[in-house]
Each structure stands twice: as structure tokens, then as C-alpha cells.
Design a protein around this ligand. Structure first.
Ligand code: ADP
Ligand code: MG
Length: 325
């Protein structure tokens, strides 16, 4: 495989962003930031056999997801994604068709958000593929949604259903058997091609005080991060957690998927009670399935508590600690 041929092949024929001054082809890219905006930047790496495998996902799906997880981080700040850069390490079993399919998967998602590929790096590796994607986005000054601003009385919400990606992975690993009536395609799609929640993040950043996190490591983990950063206790209600109706039919431990499964890439966070109705209305108008799942409590303990009927459980980042009846 010739590196220069490859770069030529993946270089976009046309670009979307008018602020782009110089894209792929020079030593670095140049773009003009908007004066009323702040830049939002993130990076994530996916390693073959650790984050993906070709017997589960096609190269197109791997590329799609590698970009999706980064766009999701921009969504979790309330930003708009604009540019992406891709560093790829190619092993001996990699050929140009696989690499081209990665880029097609990324482009399918990038086009939806009018994002431009503006650079990257290409290297050889001895054993596994490694794909590192950097995304650059923007947000009007002072409107980013951080993790540290939750206050007592705030509503805790989530912008989609939980546990579907973990169910999809379990199906791929043959850990569960699905009856014919179960929508397995839905769960597989959620795992292989997660959809970042940019539209929901934009609504969040239009409100004055929203804390936000995307569900990559699991709801329990994300809410613990908000509780720690804001020094509050977050209480959520087990029977309010949104899930696909078929999820409980797949496994009796489905709540584990909902709380700890992760990779759902929905957004979770908090908003003042006084803004909740207007927030909910705006989300519904844009067909965003927003659900109220709990409340921020007056307590500096920095913990997350799951209420299930009369039982209360402390949710650690990765597990339970039943503490009182
Ligand atoms: P340099 O030696 O200056 O780093 P390269 O030959 O690595 O230049 O890259 C040439 C151009 O192609 C640069 O604009 C770079 O950003 C881009 N590029 C290289 N590899 C990739 C890749 N895997 N994906 C996207 N763009 C790439
Ligand atoms: Mg280079």
C-alpha cells in the first residue's frame, strides 16, 4: 500500500466549512475560528481486539463508531462539531480496501454534520489496527455544559434509552439467545453504529445551567463524575430509567446493562427544576426522547444513589453497594 496514494484517495473532493483556509495537503491545516465562539477539542483512540474486532463489525462500522464517540464528546459539552483528524496505524493484515472503508464510515457520519476531514497521520504497526480521531468543534462563548455546576433540587435527565449497546455486544458474543420476536437488529445497530446526540447537546447549551456527560462508560460512572465535580448527591429511580421494551426479555440482569453497560452515547445531566418543562418541550419538539430519572440532593457526599421501591443502593462507578433497606 502506498501512503501517498492512500492520502490522495481519502482526501475530500469538496469541503463544507467556509472557515477552512487550508485542509489536507500541507504540513498542517488552517481554519478561521468565529470570534464569538470558543473551540471545543477532543480525541479518542480505538484499538483492534480491544475496542473492535472485524468478526463483529465491518470496517465501515468501525470508522463510523471511531468518529461517533468523538462527536459524542462534543455533544456532551453542548458544542457543534466542525473538523476531524485521523491518525491510523496499519498492520500487515490491513489493506487499502479496509482503510478506505474506515474513511467511508467516518464520512457517512461527518457529512450529516457538515464536518470536514482536515488532516491525520499514517503509520505502519506490527499487529493491530489503531485509529485515533480528533474532533474540533465550537460553542458560543460561555455556554459550554460542564460537569461541575449541579445544584440541590436540579432534575436529573437522560436523552435516550440505556443498556441497548451492552445488549448488542452480548448478542454478538453469544452470551444471550434472543427469541424471534426480539428486535435484535436494533440492539446490534446501537452497539456498532451509535448515534451521537448533538441536537440534544445544543438544546442543553442554550439553557443557563446544565451539567452534561455522555454515556460512554455507563450511567453510574457518568453520574458519579457529575456528583464528584459538583459535590452533590444524585438520586435516581430504578423504575424511571428508559430502556427498549425488549431489553428485559433478553436477560434477567438487564439492569446491569442499563447502569453499567455504557457505550449508549446518550447524554445525561442535570437542569434546574424551573427550566425543566421548557427543556422537555424543546426536546420533544425535536423528537428527542428526554426522560426525568431523578433529582440532585442537598448533600456534599458526592455519591449516586439508586432508589428501587424501598431499597436504596449506592452506585459505584462500576458496581453496586447495597447499604440500607
Ligand atoms: P507530514 O510529513 O508533513 O506530516 P504527511 O505526509 O504525514 O505530512 O501528510 C500529508 C498530508 O496528509 C497532511 O495534510 C496530513 O494531515 C494528511 N494526512 C496524512 N495521513 C492522513 C490520514 N491517515 N488521514 C487524513 N489525513 C492524513
Ligand atoms: Mg505526518
Amino acid at each position: 500500500m502506498d501512503e501517498f496514494d492512500l492520502i490522495r484517495r481519502i482526501t475530500p473532493k469538496e469541503t463544507h466549512q467556509r472557515s477552512l483556509v487550508m485542509g489536507i495537503g500541507d504540513d498542517a491545516s488552517v481554519y478561521q475560528p468565529h470570534s464569538h465562539c470558543e473551540e471545543v477539542v477532543c480525541v479518542d483512540t480505538m484499538v483492534e481486539h480491544v475496542h473492535f474486532r472485524f468478526d463483529f463489525s465491518t470496517p465501515f462500522e468501525v470508522g463510523f463508531k471511531a468518529l461517533a464517540v468523538n462527536i459524542s464528546d462534543i455533544a456532551a459539552m453542548g458544542g457543534t462539531p466542525k473538523y476531524y483528524l485521523v491518525s491510523i496505524a496499519i498492520p500487515p493484515h490491513g489493506d487499502e480496501a479496509i482503510v478506505a472503508a474506515f474513511y467511508e464510515g467516518m464520512k457517512a457520519l461527518a457529512d450529516r454534520y457538515h464536518m470536514d476531514l482536515i488532516g491525520g497521520d499514517t503509520v505502519a504497526t506490527r499487529s493491530d489496527f489503531v485509529i485515533t480521531v480528533t474532533v474540533i468543534g465550537e460553542i458560543p462563548k460561555g455556554t459550554a455544559c460542564y460537569r461541575h455546576s449541579a445544584q440541590t433540587g436540579d432534575v436529573v435527565f437522560v436523552t435516550g434509552e440505556l443498556g441497548s449497546s451492552a445488549a448488542g455486544l452480548s448478542l454478538l458474543m453469544n452470551e444471550v439467545n434472543a427469541a424471534h420476536s426480539i428486535d435484535t437488529a436494533f440492539f446490534l445497530e446501537r452497539h456498532k453504529m451509535p448515534q451521537p446526540h448533538i441536537a440534544a447537546g445544543l438544546i442543553c447549551s442554550s439553557f443557563p445551567r446544565v451539567t452534561l456527560n455522555d454515556v460512554s462508560d455507563g450511567l453510574a460512572s457518568e453520574l458519579n463524575e457529575i456528583a464528584e465535580a459538583s459535590r452533590v448527591t444524585i438520586e435516581i429511580e430504578a423504575d424511571q430509567l428508559p430502556k427498549h421494551p425488549h431489553l428485559p426479555l433478553l436477560h434477567k440482569e438487564w439492569l446491569e446493562w442499563v447502569l453499567f453497560g455504557g457505550e449508549d452515547f446518550v447524554l445525561t445531566g442535570t437542569i434546574p427544576e424551573t427550566d425543566w418543562k421548557r427543556f422537555e418541550t424543546q426536546c420533544k419538539k425535536e423528537h428527542i426522547q428526554v426522560t426525568r430519572i431523578g433529582q440532585v440532593k442537598d448533600d456534599r457526599a458526592s455519591s449516586v444513589i439508586l432508589k428501587d421501591h424501598d431499597q436504596q443502593t449506592i452506585l459505584m462507578k462500576k458496581g453496586y453497594n447495597h447499604f440500607k433497606k
